[in-house]
Design a protein around this ligand. Structure first.
Ligand SMILES: *[C@@H]1O[C@H](CO)[C@@H](O)[C@H](O)[C@H]1NC(C)=O
Ligand SMILES: *[C@@H]1O[C@H](CO)[C@@H](O)[C@H](O)[C@H]1NC(C)=O
Ligand SMILES: *[C@@H]1O[C@H](CO)[C@@H](O)[C@H](O)[C@H]1NC(C)=O
Length: 346
């Protein structure tokens, strides 16, 4: 228990200590991918490659299948955050069976929001660039990867940045922080965060935009960050940890005792990430001295207001258009405020 608390001090928030289950002998710390040593980053990539190495449909393919199968439960639904937390944990356990030293990192895409295509994430050392001919990803750790869903025939992993050659901005740190601070309960937070999470899926394109997005390993980095945002929000006040509510996509009301399909657990079981089923926390990031792709990344990008998500895609994602537009307006105001605090626009 003493050791556990020492590890927790590496995590972002000190008050997490009272969340730690005594059965968590070994608390895993999920780091920003740029803050990892090159060796631990490579071990993470290697474990994913091994997961996708058997004949299709293999252990890696089942994640895209789950995501397709449970689409209406995982999106536009109160269960969005706990459902993805459990999916991530299942994936992380699969990786740990291959290499017990691996934890799923997160990618703070909000810090890269003004020019996402310039992020070292999209480098040959990491996840590779935009798709080339046939939209196939041909460089990076997952170059020429074979994926299985939705056609159930092996095909290349694809990306098509904003349906073309470059990525437009998405929501940045001020916008995301606004969602965190303005949300007084879970329902507001979940509805607020699902939209900007969607901009990242929509922007990257190819396999990452539709319901088979777990085909692209960026999925795990992206959802780990979304999960961290929830964890940070949960830690902000004693009332937030088990705050839950809002609607399911079928219109029924959410509650902590409902089943979290298909895992045979209750939704409420996925709330404390330091309970014995999870035992992980998130480290805050520092990018100092971490020049991965040969270009230095100093983290001082200027935040801009992205284009609104297209209505057809919001609907396809099972999300509420009125809601998404309301939060887009709120975030735009927060970005303007961040650019020009306490002085009139010019
Ligand atoms: C991926 O495929 C492209 C195009 O066929 C080829 O040029 C490249 O060398 C391949 N990369 C790897 C790592 O296999
Ligand atoms: C960070 O990088 C940008 C773009 O390359 C540059 O304009 C800016 O001066 C740099 N800031 C610092 C503090 O080095
Ligand atoms: C969408 O959200 C708005 C505003 O929160 C709400 O009034 C409306 O009932 C929602 N529509 C559906 C179909 O859930």
């Amino acid at each position: 228990m003493k050791l556990s608390l020492a590890v927790v001090s590496l995590c972002a928030v000190a008050q997490l200590a009272n969340m730690v289950d005594a059965r968590c002998e070994n608390i895993r710390v999920r780091q920003e991918i740029r803050s990892m040593s090159p060796e631990s980053r490579q071990r993470f990539f290697n474990a994913i490659k091994l997961l996708n190495s058997g004949a299709h449909p293999n252990a890696h393919d089942k994640y895209a299948e789950l995501h397709i199968k449970h689409a209406t439960l995982a999106h536009g639904d109160a269960r969005f955050l706990p459902w993805h937390r459990q999916l991530l944990r299942e994936f992380e356990k699969d990786l740990q069976r291959i290499d017990p030293g691996v934890n799923v990192p997160y990618w703070d895409w909000a810090r890269d929001s003004a020019d996402p295509g310039a992020s070292p994430i999209f480098s040959s050392e990491m996840l590779g660039h935009n798709g080339g001919s046939g939209e196939c990803v041909v460089d990076g750790q997952f170059a020429n990867w074979s994926v299985y869903w939705p056609t159930q025939t092996p095909h290349c992993l694809t990306r098509k940045f904003d349906r073309g050659n470059s990525l437009k901005p998405w929501w940045g740190t001020n916008a995301i922080n606004h969602i965190k601070t303005a949300s007084s309960d879970y329902d507001a937070f979940r509805r607020g965060i699902e939209g900007p999470h969607g901009n990242v899926h929509f922007g990257i394109g190819g396999d990452f935009t539709p319901m088979w997005s777990p085909n692209d390993p960026i999925f795990w980095l992206h959802h780990s960050f979304v999960d961290k945002l929830w964890a940070d929000w949960q830690a902000e006040s004693g009332n937030n940890l088990y705050s839950y509510g809002g609607k399911h996509s079928d219109g029924t009301s959410a509650n902590l005792n409902e089943p979290l399909t298909p895992w045979g657990i209750k939704t409420g079981d996925a709330f404390n990430h330091l309970s014995d089923k999870y035992c992980y926390c998130y480290a805050p990031h520092s990018f100092t001295g971490d020049d991965i792709s040969g270009k230095s990344w100093n983290g001082t990008m200027v935040e801009v207001i992205p284009e609104p998500l297209p209505e057809w895609w919001i609907k396809q994602q099972n999300m509420n258009v009125t809601d998404v537009r309301m939060f887009e307006a709120d975030m735009a105001a927060a970005v303007r405020e961040g650019q020009n605090p306490k002085s009139p626009a010019h």
